[in-house]
Design a protein around this ligand. Structure first.
Ligand SMILES: Nc1ncnc2c1ncn2[C@@H]1O[C@H](COP(=O)(O)OP(=O)(O)OP(=O)(O)O)[C@@H](O)[C@H]1O
Length: 228
């Protein structure tokens, strides 16, 4: 679905992504892991074309539809969740006949059904995050790029978000996920790469990890970035 070859990103003289190569296969949940500033969001932005690539290539499957949920979503505070969705649906030129039903279904799916007519200025951080994910699901995209989708969610919200990611995977979606929360990633991802200072340290097959039961992703992560 996505293939990145020797990606390099420099801001001025600072190289924040160095020779990064990885592949996201169709239908898998692929995680980008790393400490603050490791280059995860920058990598996602290069894939989405939101920031220029300094060097390297990115291939994305032809004509694929993409949904993106940013790390720090911003929505107009005076619109309701429903109106925000309607705005994005119109930007995407989704057929107006089915918009209302699709929006209501998606808001229900992310747990905002009851709050959909409240203004965004009254939403908590977690509610905005849920709205960002609902917005990413508009138009039923094949590829979802989710930057910290569980950030700001409470314990129950995180469990629900993981359940949602799991069900989206079962629907056949390909999901590229950024997260700090290793336990969450371990629960939903098939493969992850661990980044440190813009470099790939390790690629981990999460299924193999849980099978042997000896090592958790957290331990592998700490070892990889040289924390212990
Ligand atoms: N627009 C920018 N101009 C200059 N430097 C930037 C810019 N955006 C990001 N950086 C730098 O690039 C590096 C990687 O940032 P990035 O946001 O990709 O990290 P991250 O792994 O997503 O971190 P976090 O988990 O904190 O979101 C950081 O050192 C950051 O300061």
């Amino acid at each position: 679905m996505i293939k990145c070859n020797n990606l390099i990103k420099r801001y001025g003289k600072e190289e924040v992504v160095s020779n990064l190569s990885f592949e996201v296969k169709e239908g898998e949940v692929f995680g980008l892991l790393g400490a603050n500033g490791a280059g995860k969001t920058t990598t996602i932005k290069m894939i989405l074309g939101l920031t220029n690539i300094t060097k390297g290539d990115i291939y994305i499957k032809d004509n694929v539809t993409v949904g993106y949920s940013p790390e720090t979503p911003y929505f107009h505070p005076f619109l309701s969740g429903y109106e925000v969705m309607k705005f994005f649906a119109k930007l995407q030129k989704l057929p107006s006949k089915s918009i209302k039903e699709e929006i209501e279904t998606l808001l229900e799916k992310v747990g905002l059904g009851e709050d959909q007519h409240k203004k965004v200025k009254g939403y908590s951080k977690g509610m905005k995050q849920r709205l960002a994910v609902a917005q990413a699901l508009l138009g039923d995209p094949e590829l979802l790029i989710l930057d910290e989708p569980a950030a700001g969610l409470d314990a129950l919200g995180r469990i629900e978000m993981l359940g949602l990611i799991d069900s989206l995977k079962k629907e056949g979606k390909t999901i590229l996920l950024n997260s700090h929360i290793l336990n969450d990633v371990e629960r939903v991802a098939d493969r992850v790469i661990i980044l440190s200072k813009g470099k790939m340290i390790e690629e981990v097959d999460v299924h193999k990890l849980s099978k042997n039961g000896e090592e958790k992703l957290e331990e592998r992560f700490i070892k990889s970035i040289g924390g212990m």
